[in-house]
Structure formats: structure tokens, C-alpha cells
Design a protein around this ligand. Structure first.
Ligand code: HEM
Length: 564
């Protein structure tokens, strides 16, 4: 498929006059009216009404410079030189922009773009226009391991060519850009089709994608692990996590492995960790937070570090090397944007873990490594590779999810001061605040499956090899599942339920730990920070919001509190 043919198939409501032999494509979605003008090779991109813009960016802007350095999450296309384009964008439309990379000076080419280009350039034939589909926004936003399921994996039925890689880079589930609220679109789609099959969005060779928007359909898929395999997850992450990724296994291998690792997260151990570890971590973080004064960004100063510290110690790693461990964890979490770096970090984590695993064989302690090393069912033990895979999976599964969920819960509570007050005054509501957050804004929106054979979901026939995407956040807001204002955050609703921890044999094994971590964090934050509330000026200045389509969490949580 030529670059031009591909471009024509991209889901763009707006195409520039001339795509030509452009070197790069940037695609981004807008959620507010915006206006684009180009004069004398100078581009102005205005968000909001043209007469009263909420944000204007020009090529000379400081913000634009941040874009070039890949540091912003703004809704911006970088456009210079030979590009020709004109037009207005409408609300909800996406736009594809083409520009000549050579016009950018080498110094101004952001590193993630160079990386993308290197990866996408076909090795045997460097002459065709190399294209990168990326957005300054997309990379940091949805770059976590376990993020966009297609960014560096091979689903069944797909080849390994240049176009395939390109196709994997942009999916309708994960369009680059600052996706603030994917839910209205999903609700709209659910109204017309609870199961949507897409066969031709990226051309015939791109395979079939199936989106599940309804709660019943999501449950049906997650329960039917005979027809819908999790192996797609194993394929996607094996280069980082090895050959034994629990979440990517099918039965019966999955059940055997899960039985072996599950005791490492059993409730008895959790009770022990509650006092000796989790509370200690929260207390330490709060001391640091308060040392700064009466204001903080709870993402930078609390939520980001918290689950990594807990999981590191739960695993059995010493505190003194914690920062290095967190750096590795972050490298692995960035796997979708930089698979090489993720693989390198995984290698280092293995080397780091090896002596601990060896030591725990003779010196058993109350930590997860000891549990894994000594786990045995019917004479069966875990081998080293199985232990590595499980520990590496915990970085995205146990850290990323909880950090995002905690941030989103704080964001929803701070945005609803009355409900925050209710929780402050009645701590039995803490759990409800968390469960309602998981319902209304899951930190992980989808967990893919691949159809092993032709089968059915509801009345819809799912073709063999189709990649099936159960959209957990859409399911949680299905009016057929939650009838009372499903779009609204309301921790008092009853019953309060969701599918955010999954369903069926792969249901989250760490849900008790996640709940415990959140309960302790929220209780202690409310105790230590009286009158905790949003710092409104900072919220506006930083444009703090929850963002993401496959992964969601707040960009910032600027807060203030009263003196003790
Ligand atoms: C709010 C926090 C969390 C959320 C929303 C979450 C969500 C999920 C979901 C949806 C699945 C099922 C995936 C699938 O069906 O393909 C899952 C599985 C899993 N989760 Fe969690 N998780 C969270 C926290 C944790 C924690 C704290 C840990 C461990 C420390 C953890 C470890 C795992 C593991 C190992 C699996 C694989 C289970 C299996 O395949 O049998 N998760 N999680």
C-alpha cells in the first residue's frame, strides 16, 4: 500500500490539499472548536472560538517549542515549510497534517519522532517516504506498557511489514491527542451498535477490529475464554516480560500458573503489609508533601510514587535502591513508546532481581519473592523464568493501574466538593468513592482478546482472528447496566458495580491490594490535609484534567489545604 493510499484510508475528516511525499503525519483529535491559519509559512492554531480563543499557538511560541521537544500534551500539529493546508475543523473531528521533516532543523526534531521514524523506515527500501504517525500528545499519554494494545505487538493475522507497523501505531481506540472525554462517543456508538465490527478502516490487510460497548457483551467476551484468547497480550509483551505472562495465558496453563502465584497476594499477607508497609509509605510521602507548605500537585508529589513504592516492597526489594527500581519500572511502563528501552530495562530488572530470588531460596521472608520461590502445588514449582515474568507483569499491572486510579479518584472527589465532604465526615464511604471512580473512569479502558474461531457475541458474528476490544468504561456506563444517570460520578449510588477489574478467569488478582492501598491513602490524606481542595488558580493555569482513551488519569492535581 502506498503512502498516499494509506493516507486516503486514514479516518480523517479533513485532508490537506497535498499530501505529496510528506515525511511525517501527525494526527490529533480536537474536543473544542478550533481554527487553523497559515500565513507566510507561519501556522497559528487556535483552540476555542476564533474571536475568543482559549489557547493560541504559533510557530514561535514557547509552547510550540515544547511541542518540538516532545514535552507537551497539547492538541497541536507542528507545521512548517512545504505543507499546504487550509480549512476549519469542527468539534469532534480529527485532522491529519503532513509536513516536510527536512524543514525542521535536526536539533528541533524531537527525539521520539526520530525514534518513530527509525523504527518505521523500511530496512530494505529507504526511498519511500517514511512516515510517522504520532502526536506530541499521544506518546506520553498512552505510552505505558499495557497501553495501546497495538503499538508494538503482533496480533494474529497481521504481518510484520512496514505498513503493518504503521497501522499498529494509530488505532481508533487510541487516537493520538488529548482525549478528555471518550464517553459521549462511545455512548453514541452503543446506541446504534452495541458490537461494532470494523474491517476496512485501515485497508483489507489490517484485519478486523471488534468494539464492545455494552456491558452484557463485554461480560460475554471476557467469560468466553474458549473462543476469545488472551494470547494477544502474551504476543504483545513477551519481548519485555518473557514467555510466561499470566494475563496473556489461556486455559489450562493459566489456571495452573495463577494458582501458584495467587497465594503471593493472599489476604493474610495484605493484613500484614497494611501496617508494616503501606501505612509507612503513605506517612513518609505525606511528611514530604507537608514539608513543602500548604500546596502541592498530588500527581507529582503523591500518586506517582506511591504504588511503585508499595509494590517494590511487597515484592521484597530494599528501600535504599528504590529510585533506581522506579526508573526501571517507568522504562518498562513506557514500553509502547520505546520498546527497545523497555526491553533494556526489563533486562536490568532481571539482573537486579536475580540475587534476591537466589537468596530467598534459603532465607525465606514475608515477601512476594519468597512466596513465589517456595510456591508449590501438587509437587509443581515455578521456575525462574515464570517468576521473572510474573514480577515484571506487576510493574504495569500493579503500579500503573493503581497510580492512575488513585489520581482519578482524587480528581473526581475534588471536582465534587460535596461528595468529598461526605467522605471526609464518614470514612465508610472511602471504598465507595474508589469503586465509583473505577466505574466512571477506569484507569485501563480495555483488555484485548483475539477470536480463535468464528463465534458470536450477542447476535453478532465475530470472524476468526478478529481482535476484540471490550471497552470497560463504555460497559460501566451502559444504561442497561446502570440506569440511574450512568454518566455522573455519584458515590452514593446503589448498587455500585463495574467491570473495571475484568471478569472471568483473568479477573484482577491484585484487586484487594489495590483497594487496600487506596483506602489507606485517602484516609491518611484526609486526616493530614484539613480542608483539602483544588487550588482553582493552578487548576486553570495548568489546565488540569483527566485524559486518555485506553489509559486514563489526571494530568495534575493542584491542591491546597488549611493549616493544622
Ligand atoms: C485499580 C487498580 C487495578 C485495576 C483497575 C486492574 C485491572 C485489571 C484487569 C481489568 C485485569 C484483567 C485483564 C484481562 O482480563 O485481560 C487485571 C488482571 C491482573 N491484575 Fe490487576 N488491576 C489493578 C490493580 C492490580 C494490582 C495492585 C496488582 C498486583 C499487585 C494487579 C495484578 C494483576 C494481575 C497479575 C492480573 C492478571 C490476572 C490473570 O490473568 O489471571 N492488578 N487487572
Amino acid at each position: 500500500m502506498s503512502a498516499r493510499q494509506l493516507i486516503e484510508k486514514l479516518p480523517s475528516a479533513f485532508l490537506p490539499e497535498v499530501a505529496g511525499d510528506a515525511d511525517a503525519i501527525f494526527q490529533f483529535q480536537i474536543s473544542e472548536p478550533c481554527y487553523l491559519s497559515i500565513q507566510n509559512k507561519r501556522c497559528t492554531f487556535t483552540l476555542g472560538q476564533a474571536a475568543a480563543p482559549s489557547l493560541t499557538l504559533t510557530a514561535d511560541d514557547e509552547v510550540m517549542q515544547k511541542v518540538l521537544r516532545g514535552e507537551t500534551n497539547g492538541m497541536v500539529a507542528v507545521m512548517t515549510g512545504k505543507m499546504k493546508t487550509h480549512g476549519n475543523l469542527k468539534l469532534g473531528q480529527s485532522m491529519t497534517t503532513f509536513f516536510d521533516l527536512d524543514v525542521l532543523t535536526p536539533a528541533s526534531k524531537p527525539s521520539w519522532l526520530k525514534r518513530s521514524l527509525n523504527k518505521l523506515r523500511p530496512a530494505k527500501n529507504p526511498s519511500p517516504a517514511a512516515m510517522a504517525t504520532a502526536s506530541p500528545a499521544a506518546m506520553p499519554e498512552d505510552s505505558a506498557a499495557g497501553g495501546c494494545p497495538f503499538q508494538h505487538g503482533q496480533a494474529q493475522g497481521h504481518g510484520d511489514g512496514f505498513v503493518d507497523k504503521l497501522l499498529y501505531m494509530v488505532t481508533p481506540v487510541d487516537p493520538p491527542g488529548d482525549v478528555r472525554n471518550p464517553y459521549p462517543d462511545w455512548a453514541e456508538r452503543r446506541r446504534s451498535k452495541r458490537v461494532e465490527i470494523e474491517t476496512d478502516r485501515y485497508g483489507k490487510d489490517a484485519g478486523t477490529l471488534v468494539y464492545l460497548y455494552g456491558h452484557a457483551e463485554v461480560i460475554e467476551c471476557l467469560h468466553n475464554n474458549e473462543d476469545f484468547s488472551s494470547s494477544i497480550l502474551q504476543n504483545m509483551y513477551s519481548s519485555v516480560m518473557g514467555a510466561h505472562i499470566l494475563v496473556g495465558m489461556d486455559e489450562p496453563a493459566h489456571a495452573g500458573y495463577r494458582n501458584l502465584v495467587a497465594p503471593a497476594l493472599r489476604p493474610k499477607l495484605l493484613t500484614k503489609w497494611e501496617e508494616s508497609l503501606i501505612q509507612v509509605v503513605v506517612d513518609e510521602l505525606i511528611v514530604k508533601l507537608k514539608a513543602k507548605g500548604n500546596k502541592a500537585d498530588l500527581v507529582a508529589d503523591f500518586t506517582f510514587a506511591y504504588p511503585a513504592r508499595v509494590v517494590g516492597q511487597v515484592i521484597g526489594l530494599p528501600q535504599d535502591n528504590f529510585e533506581q527500581f522506579q526508573q526501571w519500572a517507568m522504562g518498562i511502563l513506557e514500553g509502547a513508546a520505546d520498546p527497545d528501552k523497555a526491553a533494556e530495562c526489563a533486562k536490568e530488572v532481571r539482573a537486579y532481581l536475580a540475587p534476591f530470588i537466589e537468596a530467598r531460596r534459603t532465607d525465606r521472608r514475608e515477601d512476594m519473592i519468597s512466596e513465589l520461590v517456595h510456591a508449590e502445588i501438587d509437587g509443581q514449582k515455578l521456575n525462574d523464568e515464570e517468576i521473572y515474568s510474573f514480577l515484571l507483569l506487576l510493574l504495569p499491572a500493579g503500579i500503573e493501574t493503581t497510580y492512575r486510579a488513585l489520581g482519578s479518584m482524587l480528581f473526581h472527589l475534588l471536582s465534587n466538593p460535596e461528595q468529598l465532604n461526605d467522605v471526609r465526615n464518614d470514612r465508610s464511604l472511602v471504598n465507595k468513592a474508589f469503586e465509583e471512580t473505577l466505574r466512571v473512569d477506569p484507569p485501563v479502558q480495555l483488555t484485548p482478546r483475539v477470536a480463535l474461531r468464528e463465534s458470536k457475541i450477542g447476535d453478532t458474528i465475530i470472524p476468526e482472528n478478529a481482535v476484540v476490544l471490550p471497552l470497560l468504561g463504555a460497559a460501566n456506563r451502559d444504561p442497561a447496566f446502570i440506569s440511574d444517570n450512568p454518566e455522573v460520578y455519584n458515590l452514593h449510588r446503589s448498587p455500585l458495580r463495574h467491570v473495571t477489574f475484568g471478569n472471568g478467569v483473568h479477573t484482577c488478582i491484585g484487586l484487594h491490594l489495590a483497594r487496600l492501598e487506596i483506602k489507606i491513602a485517602l484516609n491518611k490524606l484526609l486526616d493530614a490535609l484539613p480542608g483539602l481542595r483544588f487550588d482553582d488558580e493552578e487548576v486553570i493555569r495548568l489546565d488540569a484534567h483527566i485524559r486518555g482513551k485506553s489509559f486514563r488519569s489526571p494530568t495534575a492535581l493542584p491542591v491546597i489545604w488549611d493549616d493544622d
